[in-house]
Design a protein around this ligand. Sequence first.
Ligand code: SAM
Ligand code: SF4
Length: 365
Amino acid sequence: MYNKEEILRLLQDNPKNEDITDFLNANDEQQNVLFKTAVEIKSKYVGNIVYFRGLIEYSNICGKNCKYCGIRKGNKKLSRYTMTEQEVIDAALYAYRANYASIALQAGELSSEKFVQKVTSILERINTETNNELGITLSLGEQNEETLKMWKEKLGIRRYLLRIESSNRELYEKIHPNDETHSYQKRLDTLKLLRKLNYQVGTGVMIGLPFQTVENLAEDILFFKALDVDMIGMGPYIEHSETPLYEYKDQLLPIDERYNLTLNMIAICRIMFKDINIVASTAMQAINPTGREAAIRAGANIIMPNLTPQKYRENYLLYQNKPCLNEDAQHCKKCLENRIELTGNTIGYGQWGDAGHYFSRQEQV
Ligand code: SAM
Ligand code: SF4
């Protein structure tokens, strides 16, 4: 059993895969000490504040076939949608008026000229109608340099979330089709490109994937360190019956172990990376109704309340049992306020909540 000082020494002083693996396996009393240490670090470096990113699931049309994802191109049992420009603007204006200060625009991956133009026009309107006051995170998959540069430089978009899904190339190749559209190298190069373009770079992984070991997850954390990330968005893998990986459902870790491992991942990342942003993912809430609060108590500081119009939500099912399908934005806001208060945190209304880590890197340059 390690105490706080030993945890700090082992995790902050050039940790090795086996040190991280040890803490990933923490449970009971050791897990409590790990969380307590993470919360102290959080309080010291980012404060007891949770920032909102109003999540807009713009479209479930995707050109890819990731073997884990419910909205993959090959799932024919899904009705496909793209929100209208006005619907996206309305959702963004809801976030603006409710003082969320930030939104995240997410969709299946398309890179056609038409898609890029539509997104660009939407982003321009959001900027105009909110006096450039909304912080915008994009999560639109791999896009080329020209597009990413234009969104950054012309539209002032500052944050981009692109999960590596697994930093282990072999595992990545097992959970994706083996073709050019699903290249590990391209995912990695896009993350490097985002850094080169000076975005606040977010990445993450799924936890509890078939074939994944705890050592793989420790590798993932060392990958985040090497990439010097500003944000981490990670969550448990949850199986979906209309996907190829579903055939391995009986070989997965039990769902409560995936949940626990995710909490340990969050706590370890908070202790190691101190002033980055870490998301309490919706997938945690899919497993346990208070999963996001538990993530905050393990060191997370970002929540993404869903602003997608209700009529589309059941068609953006990445995994089964996705929560809040029937709740409107106003209801979500009230419910979240109560839940966050119980964790002893306040909501950073009206604040962008950019990662301090990004700014300290700028100062060093
Ligand atoms: N298409 C973009 C991309 O892949 O980066 C953004 C949208 S994608 C739906 C967002 C994230 O959903 C992925 O990065 C993946 O980690 C997560 N996801 C997909 N299927 C999942 C599953 N079965 N369980 C948990 N998370 C899943
Ligand atoms: Fe498409 Fe993203 Fe799902 Fe992969 S994870 S199938 S890119 S939406």
